[in-house]
Design a binder for this molecule. Structure first.
Ligand code: TYC
Length: 133
């Protein structure tokens, strides 16, 4: 993973200001002294931002929800073309569970809620859940 060159800290400073030195400005980038004779302590920092985790949204099989209902739901809530929706539905029907998409957390949560609400409104026991991808 790439390491961003960022300055961390600091030695005595006459003006009372924090001396800030970007290592990308310096040719000598190693160790705790940048060779400038200023007494600055320079370290490489780890990248601070982690990518947010993604979540897979899954459908569960049951014995009662009609196949066509599941296909229509996949087309409506997951923007799948019919052939893809049929493929996923058959996968869930035969294997018991299947992934219908991978999303950032809040989008996954919304999809799960919409699918469950829609199934309930139509008196089908279809279950939908999410898990970290
Ligand atoms: N097993 C159901 C049936 O035979 C179809 C089905 C498929 C139900 C996928 C739920 O997530 C599901 N009618």
């Amino acid at each position: 993973m790439a390491v961003a060159p960022v300055v961390v800290a600091v030695a005595p400073c006459r003006a009372g200001l924090l001396p800030v030195l970007n290592m990308s400005d310096k040719k000598d980038s190693a160790g705790d002294d940048n060779g400038s004779g200023t007494g600055l302590i320079v370290e490489k920092s780890k990248p601070k931002l982690k990518k947010p985790p993604l979540y897979k949204v899954m459908l569960h099989n049951d014995d009662y929800t009609p196949m066509e209902f599941v296909v229509k739901l996949l087309m409506q809530f997951f923007q799948m073309p019919r052939p893809k929706a049929e493929e996923i539905m058959i996968h869930v029907h035969t294997k018991g569970i299947g992934v219908c998409g991978v999303f950032p957390r809040e989008i996954a949560e919304t999809k799960v809620r919409l699918v469950k609400d829609y199934a309930l409104e139509n008196q089908h026991p279809l279950q939908c859940s999410m898990d970290v991808a």
